[in-house]
Design a protein around this ligand. Structure first.
Ligand code: AHR
Length: 524
């Protein structure tokens, strides 16, 4: 019996995991008791699949090495794009990909990244490590990559250091079928048809790296730049305005007050910094239970942020036409020891998987307003899905959360009330359990649970109103250690397995979630 199977079995019997050596003398901790009422008869809002979006920036090995290796690389590729990465991403059905930044977007000049690769100018990536960017991955390569993984492109334009004419030209180059100089330049560069351009962002973090603007100044600039982002025949652009960072409610208020009519989506950025101290964020893999708890406490704050930003949006847009677009979120740790500090490369443990699980449950629950979210970032940067090292590739625990949660894509949110026990460490309380529920078009109800408690399993009694639990199945993501992570030597340390710790009850079903786990239960 391997460790994961042992763990699963122990979880089913409701005992906490105890290392073999200590099992004889340590008493198992009692499970927490929790309830979830699911209103299967009250589904109304759709969980946009775009909540499961990703973000890739020209930053460290996010693009080069991670996606792009070039056609001459010995690493198997299709037109320069890694085949292993494409195959892995197809499995999590990435709905939308944001590019080229981030901060890089407001120093990116798109014409540098088109035409024959050898003629493209090299520039300095001043924000991320001061490295030379050869521009070999540009608009055509990005669109090709989106096509290969089946994602919709979300292109972020340059407001901070670019002109209105430049932004206007990029949209024309991508999406116009006219016999115009820019559409013809695209044809000359090998692409006859325009690409669909469903999403375009007017700048990034313009309150900071995107130009240090006031909300009033940015709102005016948004209106000006946006005027020239045209909908060419056959294409309709969803316009994303730069939104607030964290708790900056004033920014949201000003943008909504001045520009709501022209905005389709307003962004929000929130990073979970485990220590709360940007100068010492903490290690991705070495941490205590107190740090585990504090990380999750900080991750859960996004619920309050979404609620409060959404309430401001409600004031100006009660019909909820404007989407809240959480286009950067995730855990930001100290970089991997010995790696370039400008490359933001970090390992990804079971703790990160729990952050992803609770955050996605929160976005699902707010799907009446949250229309897109993009975890930062897809490959080799921050809370990534994938890590590469030359020809090697592994997927992270966070990847598996995205895989488990694919069942929610475009499903109907089922309202639910969760009463969770407290998980208390050092006097700080957080709920031990997080959950969200949806019904897919075939009628299957899916519940994604997270048990945040490191030590205690969680009993969840689920009352199903308006449905019956005839058939149950599930999968669970957990590991014996809180800092378990996948490495190139041990790529499957954290991976989901079958979950069986459930049973039907008179009014629904109950499940016993192992400590520190993400669990998917399907109810037919
Ligand atoms: O994701 C890394 C950086 O974080 C992005 O470039 C920027 O938008 C944010 O500050």
């Amino acid at each position: 019996m391997n460790v994961r199977t042992l763990f699963l079995r122990v979880g089913i019997s409701c005992f906490a995991i105890i290392p073999r050596a200590e099992a004889a003398d340590a008493a198992p901790m009692a499970a927490t008791v929790n309830t979830l009422v699911i209103h299967a008869d009250r589904g109304r809002d759709t969980i946009s699949r775009n909540i499961y979006g990703q973000f890739s920036e020209h930053l460290g090995q996010g693009i080069y090495d991670g996606i792009w290796v070039g056609e001459d690389s010995p690493i198997p590729n299709t037109r320069g794009i890694r085949n292993d990465v494409v195959a892995a991403l197809k499995k999590i059905e990435v709905p939308v990909l944001r590019w080229p930044g981030g901060c890089f977007a407001d120093e990116y000049h798109w014409k540098d990244g088109i035409g024959p690769a050898e003629k493209r100018p090299a520039i300095i990536n001043t924000t991320w490590g001061g490295v030379v960017e050869n521009n070999h991955f540009g608009t055509h390569e990005f669109m090709d990559f989106c096509g290969q993984i089946g994602a919709a492109p979300c292109v972020c334009g340059n407001v901070g250091s670019g002109t209105v004419q430049e932004m206007m030209g990029w949209v024309e180059y991508i999406s116009s079928d006219a016999d115009s100089p820019l559409a013809n330049l695209r044809r000359q560069n090998g692409r006859a048809d325009p690409w669909p351009l469903p999403f375009f962002a007017i700048g990034n973090e313009n309150w900071g790296c995107g130009g240090n603007m006031t909300p009033e100044f940015y709102a005016d600039n948004f209106l000006r730049y946006n005027t020239f982002v045209k909908d060419y025949p056959g294409n309709k652009v969803y316009r994303v305005a730069c939104g607030a960072s964290d708790y900056d409610y004033h920014w949201t208020d000003v943008l909504m007050q001045r520009a709501a009519k022209q905005i389709d989506g307003l962004s929000l950025h929130y990073y979970t910094v485990p220590t709360g101290d940007w100068s010492h964020k903490g290690s991705a893999t070495e941490f205590t239970e107190a740090e585990w708890h504090e990380t999750l406490r900080r991750a859960l704050k996004i619920d309050e942020l979404v609620t409060k930003h959404a309430a401001i949006m409600d004031k100006y847009d009660p019909k909820k036409r404007v989407g809240l677009i959480v286009d950067e979120w995730g855990v930001w740790h100290d970089v991997d020891p010995g790696s370039n500090p400008g490359f933001l490369r970090q390992q990804n443990s079971l703790r990160d998987a729990l952050v992803a699980g609770v955050s996605l449950n929160i976005f699902n629950r707010h799907c009446d307003r949250v229309k897109m979210a993009n975890i930062a970032q897809m490959i080799n940067v921050l809370q990534s899905m994938i890590l590469t090292d030359k020809e090697k590739m592994i997927v992270t625990p966070t990847y598996y959360v995205f895989e488990l949660y694919t069942v929610h894509h475009d499903a109907t949110l089922l309202p639910s009330e969760l009463h969770a026990a407290d998980y208390v460490v050092g006097g700080e309380k957080i709920p031990a359990v997080s959950a969200s529920v949806s019904r897919d078009p075939a009628g299957t109800i899916h519940v994604t649970f997270c048990n945040l408690d490191l030590n205690r399993s969680a009993e969840v009694a689920c009352e199903l109103q308006g449905a019956k639990a005839n058939q149950l199945s599930g999968r669970v993501l957990t590991a014996p250690e809180m800092n378990a992570h996948n490495t190139f030597d041990n790529p499957n340390a954290v991976a989901p397995v079958e979950f069986l710790a459930f049973k039907s009850t008179a009014d629904g079903f109950s499940a016993t979630l192992p400590p520190k786990s993400v669990v998917l239960v399907a109810v037919k």
